[in-house]
Design a protein around this ligand. Structure first.
Ligand code: T46
Length: 186
């Protein structure tokens, strides 16, 4: 397993060890002891899965404390451009975002710490997205940032596809206008 730190402290890219043979492939998508040995001491308690069609942009979402979630995200089928935004108060990279292509082919995972907003765009005909969370979903604590935020200027790499965004996300505030009380302690 290879772990790569990114320019946003705590945001990691993980490349699991994949076993391939004439039948196909096998890999452990998560293994508590190995991930803890690598410094990922997150206690995941919920697994999620979503399927989306080309052009879909889900997010940017986060949950207010004490319901903030760390996520271990990956793609089971297809290709996505996965984006995390640092919202941690006092972080040297506060307000910065980073995107990584996660796919069925590269089998890369991203560890998104608490205090980040998260979202992704779908680059393939369909994409099945699977992720672990270390806190439950709390509808009242959930907040969104507009995926077209004028300050973040995220390029979702839609490769010409028309964006498909939920009503909730299309109506989400821009980061500059969002409730500043979502600022997380680092
Ligand atoms: C996230 C979540 C949602 N729901 C229900 C709430 C809605 O009735 C329905 C669809 O929810 P939503 O449109 O918020 O789904 P996404 O747009 O995929 O949300 C996710 O998008 C980005 C990529 C994220 O990182 C978050 O994990 C998550 O917010 O599932 C649940 O019952 N449990 C959950 O944990």
């Amino acid at each position: 397993m290879k772990i790569t730190e990114t320019s946003l402290p705590g945001l990691l890219v993980i490349e699991p060890r994949v076993f391939e043979d004439e039948r196909g492939y096998f890999f452990e998508t998560y293994q508590e002891e190995r991930y803890k040995e690598a410094g990922i001491n997150t206690n995941f308690i919920q697994d999620n899965e979503s399927k989306s069609v080309r052009g879909v942009v889900r997010g940017l979402h986060y949950q207010l404390a004490p319901w903030a979630q760390a996520k271990l995200v990956r793609v089971v089928q297809g290709r996505v451009f996965d984006v995390a935004v640092d919202l941690r108060k006092g972080s040297p990279t506060f307000g910065q975002w980073l995107g990584v292509e996660l796919s069925e082919q590269n089998k890369k995972q991203m560890l998104v710490p608490r205090g980040f907003a998260h979202g992704f765009s779908v680059l393939s005909e369909t994409a099945v997205f699977s992720y672990k969370c270390d806190n439950i979903y709390d509808r009242e604590a959930e907040r969104s940032i507009n995926p077209n935020d004028s300050m973040l200027k995220i390029n979702w790499n839609l490769e010409g596809a028309d964006p498909i965004i939920s009503e909730k996300d299309a109506a989400a505030p821009m980061l500059s206008n969002a409730e500043m009380n979502f600022i997380f302690e680092k």
